[in-house]
Design a protein. Sequence first.
Length: 355
Amino acid sequence: MCKVVLFAFSMIATLAAAADYPPPVAADFVLTNFQFHSGQTLPAVRLHYLQFGTPERDRNGVVRNAVLILHGTTGSSAQFLLPQFASELYGPGQPLDVTRYCLIIPDNLGHGQSSKPSDGLRAAFPNYGYRDMLDAQYRLLTEGLQVNHLRLVIGTSMGGMHTWLWGETHPDFMDALLPLASLPTQISGRNRIWRRVIMDAIRDSPDWQNGNYQSPPSGLRVAAEMLYFMGENPVLRLQESPTLKRADENLDRSVTNALAKLDANDVLYALAASADYDPGPTLEKIQAPLLAVNSADDLINPPELGVLEREIKRVKHGQAILIPLSDQTVGHGSHTKAVLWEKNLVRLLQATEAK
């Protein structure tokens, strides 16, 4: 068993022991004969997931308490066990009380302990996009867990983008949608450019060897630096790094930690996957109440673009909220700091509660 997997199991055990809610069950579901939108296929795709609680059905057999929680690019289900998320949401009487709700938190295709290039296929792994990831999530729910309805879909960053797609692709499958740190438009502008910088740096590395590298290619360092750069707001960066020396030290420390966890093929595939994301043309298909939450200091989805404010008007039951810059916001990563937006989640759940 690899070190990353052992670390994940250790994290689950440690956090669960310190929490005031029951620990999740970790499991895998194998999707057989998985067909990618590229036309490629795999006989088996493993989808790892965490689950809190059990599905509860009404008299018609419809599951009423399931919540799908979706992580961001290069992330995993483990991020939703961090105290800043779980300790605010999962405990008794909290918004996603695990004794009331069934929380389903997958490692998405290409991420975490789910099937991914670094498992062995490397660059021979099928090219996947967000639509493939959504298909895998749907099959996990319907085939693996027999969940036929969701109380809520909530996602951060890439998971937020998946949340928009869920609303369009399966408009009757959920009661409510909460996309965090995302925009309902194709990847473009600076958001595309920083992704291209990473992908080009990896593929153009002299030691890339078409994905069959023997040691991490040099471009992976550029990827780690760019991910660090885009993650927080400039105010926090200056506070953390008030001198040139401190800035270099903090960057080097972050990159060293990232390089111990990242695989170049996995990163390349994860970033390339966003190429098929474009919910814009069919936003009117979304029927469930949707509350989009972004933060003013998000470098990836900056408010000055005006995209969210413009496009939310096309969502029948849509609303957008912008969290202002404060000493509590942390840039793009504000999406996992639940204290910043949990009151909005509560209002969304209350407004969509079955009468």
